[in-house]
Structures are given as structure tokens and as C-alpha cells.
Design a protein. Structure first.
Length: 524
């Protein structure tokens, strides 16, 4: 069964069908979207029963997509090639769950429901397609398709400064896309398909990851184009780091989060940021291992700076959503540190952290949305003693805050521990990450505890007081249905990490095996 095609195109087909429904049937669109999400969840569960963690790429679907004869460049060949492995399978599962919760979070949307839910469905398909595509051109199409839905979802349904935030998001991401496009063209001209007796250029990522498939003397041939390959690594890395995002390319994220509706903030933090980390692990490092070694100090340094800078900004934030946004910058810095280590523990920790942060950040933005729905006020200083009025809400706030700061028993702890193990080991195993960098990164853990505990103390303890006259009822059934599954997953992956590591570890071992097979065990 074509599980991946179903996951990708069911929401797209539903969106097209929704466009034919008259807008006056306002309640149809959210139920149609919810039904699509449930169908996707069932499809993913069926795929999970057949997935074998040790088997590498699975659920492979490959069809010829574009085949054009070009007079000077030979044959232009692109395939519809999708598959999942230990990297993409957990992220696809995360996408299915988060999109379901985002639909529930959008239940109260009243403005142009037809347009909103249609864009949400298109975004759904583009995200899953990005995690599954193994043809670089196909990936780029899905990657670009995410831009327009997000641009309109922020720009139309966002807050007072939504136009500014959406344009800033679009321009930053478009800049990254241009860098990726430049390198993609260079790779296409430099790689040939091994399945043909003549030179047939290919976008197949699996061929790009094999240095033997580069055309001798081509622009990015590993044997003769060292400088060009370093430039290509840098451009491709920046393209994906903008999406991650990391310092200094992070400034679009807080503005986008503050202005975006709650559901879109959930998708942005839980899924779109992960495409940045996924792109580095799928495209940047495997295709340019020489560049990864050469720039290892820089990659780790960007990660450490993001950890500390993001944490300090979160500590200084007065807006609850902005605080959570900067905490995401900090936590994505840990992902970069784990990737830079190129150790099995570091890579496994980076992937684990991406999944864990996807779960926890969704909870964080949902709790911010719950409060904003009631009071239309996100300023931390305007609240005190909320635990007296909203006991169940406070319980979920404590769970999400403690999970995010890395308390043992939650998924965030497992990811960070693995990353630190990998980063410290890197100094002796492959000399890619200097020993002092993970030491400095531990300051991010202390700062994370500081800004979360300060927020808890200021908003939830002490005498009850607010600067709003709005009612503050506790959680509704719909809000329970969004927060409870995420809390259970944060506990589950914190207490039983092997449930997730069984999928991730084979990928991490294969990934690090690439480095040793190429003899890249020392920093030049």
C-alpha cells in the first residue's frame, strides 16, 4: 500500500475538494479537516506496524516524474521518490499528531474558515512530503509549498502586526530557499545516475551521498573541487539554519510566533523548525562530509551561541509567547551541537531532541493560547496567582515547563543527555567539537530553569491578581483533548526512551559509519 503517498496527498485532495464547497457551510470545513487528520493517523499506524527499524529506508515509492532531453546538459531526470527511515519516520509520526492537534486548536476560528482550513490541509501535505522526499527537486517543491500557506495563515489570521511578521518570515525563508536552490543546481550538474550507460544527471539524494557518483572534474567533484564544495556546504547549511533557526538568522521567529494564531504557532515550532534540522541531517552532512568536518567548529559554535543567546532573550522576555519562541531558539541550538559532534550518541540525541521539542513546544504554545483566548493578554507581569483559579491549567503548565527545562522523567532530559554525551565524546573520538563548547552549553540548562521558574513564580503563585476583567475558567474538554496526549507522550518518551530510540539508533549508527568509512576522523 502506498502509505506515504496517502499521507501526503489525502490532505491536498481534501483541500481541493473543500474549495468546491460553498463558504456558507461554515462548520463543514473543520470537520472535514479533522476527518482527514484521523484518516492520516490510521494510515500512519498501519505503516508503523510494517516498519522495521533495522531495515533502513522503507515504504519506498519511486516513479518517473520529469524526463526532458536538454541539448547541452543531457537528460534532465527527476523522480517522485519518497521513503522513510529512522530519521524521517518519527518526524512523520510527529507531523500526523501535531496536525491533528492543530485542527482542534483551530476549532474556534471564525474568519474565512474555508480558506483557513484549506491552507492548513495544503500545509499538512507539504510538511509530510518534505520529510519523505529523497529526490532533491521533489523536496524543494514541497519545501517551497510550505511558504505560501504559512504566509497567508500568519498574514490573514494573525495579530495586529501580522503583515510585518508574515513578510519577514517569507523573506527569510525565501533567502534560505535561494541558497538551497543554488546548491541543488550545482549538485544536479555534478552527479550522474549509476543506472545509465550515458551521463544522466540526477536529483536523487541517495546518489548525491555517494562520492563515486560525482562526475570527474565537475563543479562539486570531491576529488578536484574542494573549495567549491566548502562554499556549497556553507550555502546549504545557511539555507537550512535559517529554517531551524539559529543565531544570527533567528529574528523572524519571535515575530512570527507572537503574531501567529495559536495553531499556527504550534505547527511552526513543532514541525517547520524541524525541517531545518532534518535538512542538515539528510542533505548537508551526508552530501558534503568534507565541508562538515572543515566547518565543525563553526557549526558547534553556532549551536552554543544559539543556546546561550536564546536563553538570555527568553529570560528578558515580558511576553509569554516571545519567551517560548526564544526558548525554541535555545533548544534548537542543542540540535546543532549534537549534529556537529558526528557521534552516534550526538546524532541520536539531535533527532530525539527534535521529536521531543516538537511535543513540548506544542504544549507550550497551546497553554499560551489558552490564556490568550480568555484574556487577550500575554504579558507575564499582568498575572499573579493563576493557580488559585485554574488548577488543571496550572498542572499542564508545570508539566510543559519542567519537560522543556530538561527535568528527568521527561523526554527533554533524554535528548539533552544524549547530545552532551555525544559532544563530550567528540573531542576524543573524532576531534570535531572542542571540549569547552559543551561545557559552555550547560549554562543554557541553568538559564532555562531560571526563565521557566521565574515565569511560574510570577504568574501562578502568590495572591491572585490580573489586569483584566475577563473570566478565567479552567480547561475545557477540547483543551484537555489537545494537552493530555502531548503530556502523555512527554512522559512516555522520558520514562521509556527506547520506544523512540529503537527507530532512531539504526539511522544514527549508519550516519556515523559514513564518517569512519571516509576516514574523516580528524579535524583538518
Amino acid at each position: 500500500m502506498p502509505y506515504l503517498s496517502l499521507l501526503i496527498f489525502i490532505p491536498v485532495a481534501t483541500a481541493l475538494a473543500a474549495l468546491a464547497i460553498p463558504a456558507r457551510y461554515v462548520y463543514v470545513f473543520r470537520w472535514l479537516t479533522l476527518g482527514t487528520n484521523i484518516l492520516q493517523l490510521i494510515t500512519f499506524i498501519l505503516l508503523a506496524f510494517e516498519f522495521q527499524p533495522q531495515a533502513g529506508l522503507q515504504a519506498i515509492e519511486q516513479k518517473s516524474w520529469i524526463s526532458i532531453s536538454l541539448s547541452n546538459w543531457g537528460q534532465l531526470q527527476a523522480d517522485y521518490l519518497v521513503a522513510v527511515d529512522g530519521l524521517s519516520f518519527p518526524l512523520v509520526g510527529l507531523s500526523v499528531v501535531i496536525m491533528l492537534i492543530a485542527t482542534l486548536s483551530s476549532w474556534q476560528i471564525a474568519k474565512s474558515r474555508k480558506g483557513y482550513f484549506s491552507l492548513l490541509l495544503i500545509l499538512n501535505g507539504a510538511i509530510i512530503g518534505s520529510f519523505c522526499a529523497l529526490d532533491f527537486l521533489l523536496f524543494y517543491v514541497f519545501f517551497e509549498f510550505m511558504l505560501l500557506p504559512m504566509f497567508f495563515l500568519i498574514g490573514i489570521w494573525g495579530g495586529p502586526k501580522r503583515e510585518y511578521a508574515s513578510i519577514k518570515f517569507f523573506l527569510y525563508t525565501l533567502l534560505g530557499s535561494i541558497f538551497i536552490l543554488i546548491v541543488m543546481i550545482g549538485l544536479y550538474l555534478s552527479v550522474q545516475s549509476p543506472d545509465s550507460s550515458t551521463v544522466v544527471h540526477t536529483f536523487n539524494v541517495l546518489h548525491m551521498q555517494n562520492l563515486e557518483h560525482f562526475i570527474p572534474g565537475s563543479l562539486l567533484d570531491a576529488a578536484s573541487s574542494g573549495t567549491w564544495r566548502l562554499w556549497a556546504f556553507a550555502l546549504l547549511f545557511i539555507g537550512f539554519v535559517i529554517k531551524l533557526p539559529a543565531v544570527p538568522f533567528h529574528t523572524w521567529l519571535p515575530d512570527a510566533h507572537v503574531e501567529a494564531p495559536t495553531a499556527i504557532s504550534v505547527i511552526l515550532a513543532s514541525l517547520l523548525l524541524k525541517i531545518g534540522g532534518y535538512g542538515i541531517l539528510r542533505f548537508v552532512y551526508p552530501v558534503f562530509p568534507d565541508g562538515a568536518v572543515y566547518f565543525s567548529d563553526w557549526v558547534a559554535g553556532v549551536g552554543v551561541v544559539s543556546i546561550i543567546y536564546g536563553a538570555f532573550n527568553a529570560l528578558a522576555s515580558k511576553d509569554l509567547k516571545r519567551l517560548i519562541a526564544y526558548s525554541s531558539v535555545s533548544h534548537m541550538g542543542f540540535v546543532l551541537l549534537g549534529i556537529a559532534s558526528a557521534t552516534t550518541e550526538g546524532i541520536a540525541g539531535a533527532v530525539y531532541q527534535m521529536v521531543s521539542h516538537g511535543i513540548i513546544s506544542a504544549m507550550l504554545f497551546l497553554i499560551a493560547g489558552v490564556l490568550y483566548d480568555r484574556t487577550h493578554d500575554r504579558l507575564i507581569e499582568n498575572y499573579s496567582g493563576l493557580a488559585l483559579k485554574m488548577k488543571h491549567y496550572t498542572a499542564f503548565v508545570l508539566i510543559s515547563f519542567f519537560a522543556s527545562l530538561g527535568l528527568p522523567g521527561f523526554s527533554g532530559f533524554i535528548g539533552e543527555v544524549l547530545i552532551f554525551f555525544g559532544a563530550f565524546q567528540s573531542h576524543t573520538l573524532n576531534n570535531l567539537v572542542p571540549f569547552w563548547m559543551p561545557l559552555v552549553a550547560t549554562l543554557g540548562l541553568l538559564l532555562g530553569a531560571a526563565y521557566y521558574l521565574w515565569t511560574i513564580q510570577r504568574m501562578f503563585f502568590g495572591p491572585f491578581a490580573t489586569k483584566t476583567t475577563a473570566e478565567l475558567p479552567d480547561l475545557t474538554t477540547r483543551e484537555y483533548s489537545m494537552l493530555l496526549p502531548l503530556a502523555i507522550l512527554a512522559f512516555l518518551f522520558g520514562i521509556l526512551p527506547q520506544v523512540l530510540l529503537n527507530f532512531i539508533n539504526p539511522f544514527a549508527e549508519n550516519f556515523t559509519g559514513l564518517w569512519f568509512s571516509l576516514g574523516l576522523n580528524a579535524n583538518p
